[in-house]
Design a protein around this ligand. Sequence first.
Ligand SMILES: Nc1ncnc2c1ncn2[C@@H]1O[C@H](COP(=O)(O)OP(=O)(O)OP(=O)(O)O)[C@@H](O)[C@H]1O
Ligand SMILES: [Mg+2]
Length: 419
Amino acid sequence: MQQPARACGIDFGTSNSTVGWLRPGAPTLLPLEDGKATLPSAVFFNADEDSTCFGRAALAEYLEGYEGRLMRALKSLLGSSLIDGQTEVHGRALRFQDLLASFIGELKARAEARSGRVFEQAVFGRPVHFVDGDAAADRKAQETLEAIARQVGFRDVSFQFEPIGAALHYERSLAAEELVLIADIGGGTADFSIVRLSPERARGIERHEDLLGNAGIHIGGTDFDRALSLECVMPLLGYRGQMKNGAQVPASIFFQLATWHTINFAYTRQAWADLQHIYRDAALRDPLDRLSRLVSQREGHWLALQVEQAKIDLSQQPAASLALDRLEPGLALSISGEDFTLATRALVEQVGGCVGELLDQAVLRREQVDTIYFTGGASGVAQLRERIAAELPAARCVEGDLYGSIGTGLAVEAARRYG
Ligand SMILES: Nc1ncnc2c1ncn2[C@@H]1O[C@H](COP(=O)(O)OP(=O)(O)OP(=O)(O)O)[C@@H](O)[C@H]1O
Ligand SMILES: [Mg+2]
């Protein structure tokens, strides 16, 4: 390759995004924030300063305590009915589609500032399913993302499955042919492809024959956060508690707070009125005092970040501790690996089942698969890696670049498609 590519590859992720641009003699991923290739998919509308910021800066301003509105897991809105709706930011209506456009427009602007050129063409990654088991809704999600890409100035927009992006990246490191199961487990989805990869095959234009199957399921790291939060943390705030009349405390606010992209729904006037109601009639006040403090101080994302960090810690150590002073002075919680396993067992099993079905449906014998290539941050969850590896006991496991693989591979695909 002599010339830099005309087009870029965009991995718009639930948790992190990257932009890849293939050019000779230079790294493919463009630095997007503080010299790092990832831009966390987060936006903060700072009410104190009437400004908007993105990525790590968005998380930092929120955590510093600025008044405002944090949005994370924006991609989860695609494929949900929320995408056609709007939210209120600083008293103004903001369409969710425009929110996504502001983030994707920022990705484009940063990539252009870094590369010193304008990108009019892009290959966007997409999960194998934006929506499980609903082809029409899935198509609509891709169309919405395409419309947003055009809205921010891309003229030619096309898509590639995220695990295929990872495959194209892994293939560049190979010296001989391998049959590979790509396992890309991100923040929002787990996506799998079975592909035949080799340096010779990499030169081909038409790769149809090399692709033996794709599968995906709408489970990712944010679902692990949610499960851990509901099982271990939300009970401290009243979840599964009782009302004076013996009924259960209504659960919807706990689900909102445990789910990244609905946290802000717990801050509406209606939610506050409902909470007052619950508070009056709850059998125990202490947990609801914590809940009221959390909601009134807008600490929902702070709590979700503590839970996410505990999940990440548990991928490296037997137990994790959470300092929950903001809920109640001195309050702390310890979560064991066993708690985590119990809370997330069903999710792990569903992901494992998805891989099992893919292997059953593909025309191959399981022993033929040489390698499992793991990518995506949530592939750090040991239980998930073990469950997937158990489907292919003879295969070698490779832990790939957890955050950069897809953006790099999409850049390869962009150069192939657009020159
Ligand atoms: N060491 C770790 N152990 C477990 N989970 C981790 C670890 N490091 C990061 N994660 C989780 O990985 C997820 C983010 O992964 P990644 O950046 O690959 O997702 P994404 O590409 O943005 O999402 P998607 O591809 O699903 O849209 C988050 O849920 C994060 O908490
Ligand atoms: Mg991803």
